[in-house]
Design a protein around this ligand. Sequence first.
Ligand code: GCW
Length: 721
Amino acid sequence: MRKFALLILLQFSMAAFCLAEDGGRLWLRYDKIEDAQKLDQYRAAVKGVLVEGSSATVAAIREELEMGLSGLLGESIPGLTEMQQEGTIVAGTPTSSPFIAGLGLDKRLEPLGEEGFLIQTGKFGGKKIILIAANRDIGVLYGAFHLLRYLQTNGDLGKLAVESAPKLKLRILNHWDNLDRTVERGYAGFSIWDWHRLPGYIDARYKEYARANASIGINGAVVTNVNANSLILRPDYLDKVRALADVFRPYGIRIYLTARFNAPMELGKLKTADPLDPEVRQWWKDKIDEIYTLVPDFGGFLVKANSEGQPGPQNYNRTHAEGADMLAQPLKAHNGVVMWRAFVYSGDVPVDRSKQANNEFVPLDGQFADNVLVQVKNGPIDFQPREPFHPLFGAMPSTPLMMEFQVTQEYLGQGTHLVYLAPMWEEVLDADTYAKGPGSTVAKVIDGSLEGHRLSGMAGVSNIGNDRNWTGHLFGQANWYAYGRLAWNPGLGSAEIAEEWIRMTFLNDPGSVEKIKSVMMASHEACVDYMTPLGLHHIMGAGHHYGPGPWVSRMSRPDWTSVYYHKADKEGLGFDRTPAGSNAVEQYFEPVRSRFASRESCPEKYLLWFHHVKWTDKLASGKTLWEALCLHYHHGAEAVNRMRTSWESLKGKIDEERFEQVDMLLGIQEKEAKWWRDACLSYFQTFSGMDIPDGLEKPAHDLPYYESLSFPYAPGIRPRW
Ligand code: GCW
């Protein structure tokens, strides 16, 4: 008897253990709706699900709706085989569903394209139902996720009427994952791709991954690092790729690979990788054909060439366009694309690094094959906490330009800081390039509407790893989520996306939602303030990029040091990019150029990006540069303190496990924000020679202490082969 009781107890505690909230369910939790009124409304409106058709995507739709609705409504919502009753959710296309075919929706569906959908509540065929209709199965899946989100966020079913289609065609995650499962700039454990056990062993996470991405409209994944390894193109590895692609396919995710430019030599044993060499071209054509026999919907290649030591066409005196063409031609036959990265800077540092991408790429505009997109980072240096928009946007009108955002927080607190990135992305997307007069925003450049491009896209460097909560920091999930939502519609607001995510991930109580939202919305500016205020950039620790390192001055190349970027001296601080300096401003269209070039009109948030400013010069506030710098650093650290207090006031509202996870990390962030502040101010003080203004906390240690800190095992470092 006692044994029996013990067994029960054990089972009970194991169940409790398994149910521990670790964040693994992401935003797709589907727990029972707490608001009793809403629950009643939904229960009255939803009685069953009718998803006709037999494709794998249709099966996924059925599974998701039945599971999601049953969870949310706390009662079993059956799958139906025919239209029976009021309160049915009917989901399908005119091809898959005879019922939908009979509704004559063609005119309304046509503008929604291959991936769009419509949702409507109303009377159809005399019965009150909820309709999810699209041209293709994948559109229906997106619609199903939209409906589930609507219920998760407690939307009013009476008002539900949506027509939605993605603004961008390619919505892709870039994994900087190596074949040995390390992840370059990854802070969430190891790679989720278990290459060694593929293709025989299919980890359950692959499907979870595909579902999560589909739920936010992501339709592609580059599964290998841009610092590429040719091995992925070997037949046994391609078979592993096939196995992944098979899992992704029902969820509308196409797989892409990175192409190492000299793979024909490394793998094919050719003597050259010259893109104009017929043998080399044949090698790539054969390789590409081979890939398509295994993966008929293979998306194409992402290429980092002639950048940071990666081989490329310039090794053979060929241009980026010629290099891309070699891959683009054979891919075209299969409807594949090339995403050619513009993140290039030359080994011998001829000019200001921020100018080099434009110098190399603008002359090539018009020379790329029509299935090539040039993939451009949001700013001209490298994913810094804040950069002005990249001057390539608008400067290559004949080439589709793809946005590359970094979701992983290489320079924004890595795995320990809560920094919601969507406000930063929004700032870039909304920036006006003036390429074709006012209103030529970056968003319009990348969605193709400014120049009428057929291809368009956005890439997000993934923050996903094999941690139980996927992203290391629970709030890293918000960045993954926001990235997908913005790729679907770059016009969405960061606050509105945050609210969706909070409601799906944590709770729906309006007061708490507001609290979490204000923490998120304040977090990016806070990070900029405690790391790189007023336009400072690239002053982090060397190599691992963890923590402050404004003193970094000895590296194998000057443009990897911090002193190259901040140019602190006795006079002042900042990089002069005006015509008197590197003249990087010349790469922007008027009036942006003049606005950035003039000390008076340059927005203060970019001041030290474009100007070398005297320590004693007055800023708009009437404070000197030195005082303003000190204040920004202090405000940043104080803001983190407020974020933590605010989070702690949510104790009891959020499950203990996730509450604690975030609270512990906010504790680390608080310490690290002060560390950044104190280390940077101690360092810059050696140039300004001025005191930290009265009333501000003084650094806890002296400069040599900060300089002495070392982190040989900080995560995410690029492995040396
Ligand atoms: O930001 C830098 C990173 C490198 C990365 C490179 C790139 C993949 O520090 O780790 O390499 O950018 O984007 O190619």
